[in-house]
Ligand binder design. Sequence first.
Ligand code: SAM
Length: 213
Amino acid sequence: MRQRHKPWADDFLQEHPDTVISNPVSYRGRWKDVFANDAPIHLEIGTGKGQFIVEMAKQYPNINFIGIEVAKSIIVTAAQKVLVSEQLNIRLLHVDAERLTELFAKDELTKICLNFSDPWPKNRHEKRRLTYYTFLDKYKEVLRPNGEIILKTDNMGLFEYSLASFSQNGMRIEEVNLDLHEADDSTNRMTEYEEKFTAKGQPIYRCRITCNH
Ligand code: SAM
């Protein structure tokens, strides 16, 4: 995703520490206290500009949503959408997903969404893919038993790689969809990237994975 320098981003983040949580590591194991309820927590990794998480939070008010985004200039746009939405069931974290197990305790999450993750097509960048086995090990730890991973992408190479990686790492492939929009799923909420690729007529691939320890 293209990043523009936003000189106001640091001030914005300081002014909104309850939307983009400052010091998120301190909430490990007690995110339910942050939301002040016991609802399941769904995590989106690589939230981008925030359209998906805001729409999901509106659609499912009894679920808590946390979005992780590493790029400061992008997460501030997501935060603006969250503030406008006035949804109380969303928090954003400005961190790298590498730090997942510092952020969440064992079994703390119910679902992880990977939406249009960077494909990193070169072999030498395999470790950066969010479905590389080191990431899957972290997902296994923070997801509760039978927790789910939902992956959506326009990128066939990343999709095939991810299916193989899930399978090789003992996760169960429950559903595979090779053209999400042909299926006309009214519960699907589109991300910014999804809208862009769909408008160009490209198929969107989706899979649902379950994960036991
Ligand atoms: N999910 C959004 C969408 O579908 O419109 C954005 C997709 S964009 C291709 C990928 C996003 O993931 C970027 O905003 C990028 O900064 C973020 N990202 C990539 N690697 C990440 C990581 N390790 N931790 C957190 N965010 C990451």
